[in-house]
Design a protein. Structure first.
Length: 237
């Protein structure tokens, strides 16, 4: 995005990196490269720190912008041209990766069973939520989907990341399960494949194997309008 090379697109497990400050603004710095995943795609931002020599600047969030990825820092002091080491809050990020892969598997299962698309989602470290366009409110059906998703996760499917030319990617059916979401306007698109279960255009970090996820635990289901069902879930462990 913008002028920042997104290191996490190729390696979700990169937790530390070296970078240079290439832009500044109120409360943020822009780096030439980053492993911090900024808020987007339904995922909350990574957090962590930027280190310059012996000085630490806490990163409390991030967002995409025209000038690159903005890293929200707790205090000023960094200058353009500074060399920094970025360190992610790995426990939080890894939990987000597990949640994110869990969401994809769950959505694929619900989509295969009911044809429902997802109309929104929020992936957070503790509790995530997903909205499905389901006409019939049926708790039993959602419970069955969660049970099936857990079975698939436990089977240990590999998660592969591929970069494909736009034209080729758009020929593949089913790559976008998010209702009303247009593919990004870029020549090369990133596809995340989870075994034979799911393939999606996706820009976020994932685990390498579904066995890392653990178990999806349903917390709550809500009616959000006539044909919208919102599911809250967490992970065990
Ligand atoms: Zn995703």
């Amino acid at each position: 995005m913008g002028r920042t090379e997104l290191l996490y697109l190729r390696d979700s497990y990169l937790s530390e990196f070296e970078a240079e400050v290439i832009g500044l603004g109120e409360g943020y710095v822009v780096l030439d490269r980053t492993a911090f995943h900024p808020r987007g795609g339904g995922l909350v931002s990574d957090t962590g720190m930027l280190v310059r020599g012996s000085e630490v600047f806490q990163v409390v969030g991030g967002e995409q912008s025209e000038e690159g990825v903005r890293h929200m820092v707790e205090r000023i002091g960094l200058e353009v041209g500074d060399k920094v080491r970025g360190v992610l809050d790995w426990n939080r990020r890894y939990r987000l990766m597990r949640m994110h892969t869990a969401l994809h598997v769950l959505v694929a299962v619900v989509n295969a069973r009911t044809g429902a698309l997802i109309t929104g989602n929020q992936v957070e470290p503790d509790t995530s939520r997903v909205d499905f366009s389901l006409e019939k409110f049926d708790r039993g059906l959602i419970e069955e989907c969660v049970a099936e998703a857990n079975k698939r996760l436990a089977e240990g499917h590999e998660v592969r990341i591929r970069f494909v030319e736009r034209e080729e990617a758009l020929k593949t059916p089913g790559l976008i399960k998010l209702a009303a979401k247009a593919p990004p306007d870029e020549p090369i698109l990133r596809i995340v494949e989870i075994g034979e279960i799911d393939a999606q255009l996706d820009g976020g970090p994932h685990v390498k194997n579904t066995s890392e996820v653990g178990e999806i635990v349903m917390k709550k289901i809500e009616n959000k309008g006539k044909s919208n069902r919102r599911l809250y879930f967490t992970l065990n462990p």
